[in-house]
Each structure stands twice: as structure tokens, then as C-alpha cells.
Design a protein around this ligand. Structure first.
Ligand code: NAD
Length: 499
């Protein structure tokens, strides 16, 4: 595995990271790879104050010049794509292709943000008053607190940081306590970009190492204008009232329970590949993982037969070995959660294939599983919850209405897809009466979004949007300006006030 060499690429000395209170383990074999010192709440407050000072200067730097810093960050990421991707694999357990793919996503958002730095457009609005002009201006917002989950340990920071930085904000990042090393590596790359940039204010982007107390410190601090938090719905429920109590802004990217509908006209070869990548990729630990398959009764037997064969040949093993498709679960708690969900599914009438622990002899401290396919009689209680593991619940349907109702019949609303060659089904699925999710795809699976679109979901997924489209507006504040260039002072709505 040789983590020392990987860390050395980022100037991080593994031998100096062995005395802190935070134990960092690789899910590949369960070994401890570092013990990091943790920040306190007082440290968090100092970091936020420093970020605020940086913001006060950065907001006056022209946006295209701010874009230059993000361009330099993108260059660093390009140069270290393989190394950072490998560190993601070691710390989060993703296969190498997915680790590098995550870094590619960071590069893509940097490119997107650089272009955007010249396009932070407002509007000109027709005024009802003669000799008046109305417009809308977008201004930098302040300090942005980023809280991220273990399963996208680096990309989530970049989705937020690249946009926040070009928008004129400063960033304080609290990564998952399960993946702090990748965060430290990103900070090194950011610092190198800062050096090349030259005159950016210090502390524009900082990392705080620690658990949920640090997340709560960000949520509670009046100077954190936006808290962008990615993680479980439980976390969002605990965090958002703290931010709301001080009227701060929250951008929430929480749990998903994503479904693929396969219609009677679907191209089953394509559907099979989409389902396999969505359900088994990242060992079922993506927010957009396919967790439910809603399949038309006329194609269900054939599709299930093919899926079972594909499942049994998906190679499970170390994510660092070429050919592996399914790496480990992040930790024992994830394994226990998966087993508990499978037991509930059995009790609720499910037929379970797979789900057993694997490679225990080779990796007694790690948690590998065979992905599980579970035929369910309907959407019982266990199907309604997100279990962060490779479990695919399969339900059959007769009419398309029924399928859409099932797709929408869960508390979460992140990603959804239909495989069909029937134009009416495809359009219905994307219409106002179709999928209620933030992402609704046709003939593409639920996972693997591109950065050009806005990313996020409805209901218990939290409602936030990150990444492309106009997601940048969350990182700025809007001012409406009305200018009177006449010699009169007409009041709006034609009001006469006094003589
Ligand atoms: P988690 O909720 O356990 O932790 C996420 C982050 O929140 C961590 O940094 C953690 O320290 C922090 N945190 C936890 N409780 C907190 C609290 N009460 N106050 C402040 N901070 C707190 O999630 P996880 O296990 O790391 O990640 C898996 C979850 O994240 C899944 O539910 C997955 O769907 C979700 N996720 C969502 C998206 C998305 O874009 N919608 C992306 C990735 C992951």
C-alpha cells in the first residue's frame, strides 16, 4: 500500500503524524495509517476569524483575477491526479479508477469556475417609474463553512471551494474524520496555488481536523455566512436548526435512495451496465448509488437472471489491484448496518442473494462484502431507508404510473433514472408529474453526474444544489439597485405622499 510515498508527494511526513488523538484507518486492510492532532472549538473560532479577515480583502479582488487562483489550483490537481486519486483509494477504499475519477471531477469544477469568474451576471430590470433603472448585483457572501462526508473526500470540497473562491468568499473546511489525510493533501495543493498566485490574502481556504463538534462550531458561528454540509440526513437534521437559529444559510446535500425504472421497451444491455455501475460501484457507498430497481414484470425475469450472473462475476478485492470492481466498506459499523438491513428485509418478505462477508481470512480487520440483490414484495419499511452499502432492492410493476409512484414513494429525492425506448414514458418521467428527484435521467443510471449541471436533491436530501448551472448564486448575496436619473421623485405603485 505504501502510504508514506503517497503522502511524501504532498510534502506530508507520515512519521510526524503518529501522535494525535484521531486514528485514521485504511478500509483496505483496517490498519492505522496515521494518528492526527485534532482542532478544538477554540481553534475553529480562530480559523473563522482569520477567514473573515481574508474575505474582507478577497471580496475586492476582481472576479476574473480570483479565477486565476482557481486555474492554478486546477493545474496542481492535474499534476497530482494519480497521487491524490491513490490517496483517496487508500483512505476511502475506492478502486483506483474511481479515486482518479474523483480528482478529475475536481479539475472539471476548477475549469468551470474559471470560466464562470467572468460571468457572474446580474440582470437589468424594467422600472415602472420614468427616468429610473433597476438592476440586480451579485456580491461576495462571506465565510463559507464546508462539511464533507467520507465517500467523496476531496471532490465535495472542490465543488464548494472553486465556486466560493471565484465568488469572493473564504472557505473553512471540515472533512470527514474518516478521511482527513486527503484533505491535508488538498490543502498542500491549494497552498502551492496560493504561492504561485502571489498576492492573495492568507487563510483563504483552511482545513480543520476533527469530528462533529467542529462541524457544530461552524454551524453556530455568526461569521459563517453559508454552511454547505454533505452527509447523512441525520447530520442535516442536527445541523440545520443550529444554522437556522442565527438565520445563517445552509446548503444541504444529504442521503439518497435512488431508483432505476426499467420499462418493457428498455435496451436491457444498457440497463444492465447502468444498474451494475450504480448499485455495485464504490461498494454501494455513493449518495447516488442505485438502491432500488423497479422493473416491468414482462422483463423482470430476464433482467434479474442477467443481473445475478453479473453480480457473481464482479471482482471483490483490494481497490488498489487492477480488475477489482468492488472494494471494502468503510468500517465495521457500515458492515453491521448492512447485515441489520438484510435481516430486516428477510423479515419483511425479501429474498436475499449475496451480502456475505468476504476476504475475512486475508483482511481480518477490513469489511468486504458481496453485493446483495434483494427481491422484495413491495416497498416495505427497510426499502424506505438509505443503508450505505451495496444492497439493491428489486420490485416489479405493471403500469408506468405505478412505477413512478413507487419511485417517488420514499422520503429521499436525490437521483432517479428510467431505461426505456418509449418516448411517452421518458417524457412523463421528466415531467412535473414524473420523478420528484433533483436528478432525473433517461437511459443513464443514477450515479456519475457531470459538473455542468446543478447537483442535489429534494425532500430529505436537503434541497441544496452544488456544482454547475447557477449553483454559484448560493455563494453570493443579491442586491437590487434602483437608480433615479430624472429630476422627479415618483413613488412606486403611483403613491402620492404629501403635496
Ligand atoms: P455523516 O453524516 O456521518 O458525516 C458527514 C460529515 O458531517 C462528517 O464530516 C461528520 O463529521 C459531520 N457531522 C456528523 N454529524 C454532525 C453534526 N451533528 N453536526 C455537525 N457535523 C456533523 O455521513 P458519512 O457517513 O460521512 O457519509 C455518508 C452519507 O453522506 C450518506 O448518507 C450519503 O448519502 C451522504 N452523502 C450525500 C451526498 C450528496 O451530495 N447528497 C454526497 C456524499 C454523501
Amino acid at each position: 500500500m505504501n502510504i508514506d510515498d503517497v503522502l511524501a508527494e504532498f510534502g506530508l511526513d507520515a512519521t510526524r503524524m503518529q501522535n494525535g488523538s484521531l486514528s485514521v484507518r485504511s478500509p483496505i486492510d483496517g490498519t492505522q495509517v496515521a494518528r492526527l492532532a485534532e482542532h478544538s472549538t477554540a481553534d475553529a473560532h480562530l480559523a473563522i476569524d482569520a477567514a473573515h479577515t481574508a474575505f474582507m480583502a478577497w471580496r475586492m479582488v476582481p472576479a476574473p483575477r480570483r479565477g486565476e487562483l482557481v486555474r492554478l489550483l486546477g493545474d496542481e490537481l492535474r499534476a497530482h491526479k494519480q497521487g491524490l486519486g491513490r490517496l483517496v483509494s487508500i483512505e476511502a477504499g475506492k478502486i483506483l479508477a474511481e479515486g482518479a475519477g474523483e480528482v478529475q471531477e475536481m479539475i472539471d469544477i476548477c475549469d468551470f469556475a474559471v470560466g464562470l469568474s467572468r460571468q457572474l451576471h446580474g440582470l437589468t430590470i424594467a422600472s415602472e417609474r420614468p427616468g429610473h433603472r433597476m438592476m440586480e448585483t451579485w456580491h461576495p457572501l462571506g465565510v463559507v463553512g464546508v462539511i464533507s462526508a467520507f465517500n467523496f473526500p476531496v471532490a465535495v470540497w472542490s465543488w464548494n471551494a472553486a465556486l466560493a473562491l471565484i465568488c469572493g468568499d473564504a472557505v473553512v473546511w471540515k472533512p470527514s474524520e474518516k478521511t482527513p489525510l486527503t484533505a491535508l493533501a488538498c490543502q498542500v495543493l491549494f497552498n502551492r496555488a496560493m504561492e504561485k498566485f502571489g498576492d492573495a490574502p492568507a487563510n483563504l481556504s483552511q482545513v480543520l481536523i476533527g469530528g462533529r463538534e467542529i462541524g457544530q462550531a461552524l454551524a453556530a458561528h455568526y461569521r459563517v455566512a453559508l454552511v454547505s454540509a454533505t452527509g447523512s440526513t441525520r447530520m442535516g437534521r442536527e445541523l440545520s436548526p443550529i444554522v437556522a437559529a442565527r438565520f445563517g444559510r445552509c446548503l444541504l446535500e444529504l442521503g439518497g435512495n435512488n431508483a432505476i425504472i426499467v420499462g418493457p421497451t428498455a435496451d436491457l444491455d444498457m440497463a444492465l451496465r447502468g444498474i451494475l455501475f450504480g448499485a455495485v460501484g464504490t461498494a454501494g457507498q455513493r449518495c447516488t448509488t442505485t438502491r432500488r430497481l423497479i422493473v416491468h414484470e414482462s422483463v423482470a425475469d430476464e433482467l434479474l437472471g442477467r443481473l445475478k450472473r453479473a453480480y457473481s462475476s464482479a471482482r471483490i478485492g483490494s481497490p488498489l489491484e487492477p480488475g477489482t470492481l468492488v472494494g471494502p466498506l468503510i468500517d465495521r459499523a457500515a458492515y453491521d448496518g448492512m447485515q441489520a438491513a438484510l435481516e430486516s428485509a428477510r423479515q419483511q418478505g425479501g429474498k436475499v442473494v449475496g451480502g456475505e462477508r468476504r476476504l475475512a481470512d486475508q483482511y481480518p480487520q477490513a469489511w468486504y462484502v458481496s453485493p446483495a440483490l434483494v427481491e422484495m414484495p413491495g416497498q416495505t419499511k427497510v426499502v424506505l431507508q438509505e443503508t450505505f452499502a451495496p444492497i439493491l432492492y428489486v420490485m416489479r410493476y405493471t403500469t408506468f404510473d405505478e412505477a413512478v409512484e413507487m419511485q417517488n414513494g420514499v422520503p429521499q429525492g436525490l437521483s432517479s433514472a428510467v431505461f426505456t425506448n418509449d418516448l411517452r414514458e421518458a417524457e412523463w418521467f421528466m415531467s412535473a408529474a414524473g420523478s420528484d428527484c433533483g436528478i432525473a435521467n433517461v437511459n443513464i443510471g443514477t450515479s456519475g453526474a457531470e459538473i455542468g449541471g446543478a447537483f442535489g436533491g429534494e425532500k430529505e436530501t436537503g434541497g441544496g444544489r452544488e456544482s454547475g448551472s447557477d449553483a454559484w448564486k448560493a455563494y453570493m448575496r443579491r442586491a437590487t439597485n434602483t437608480v433615479n436619473f430624472s429630476r422627479e421623485l415618483p413613488l412606486a405603485q403611483g403613491i402620492k405622499f404629501g403635496s
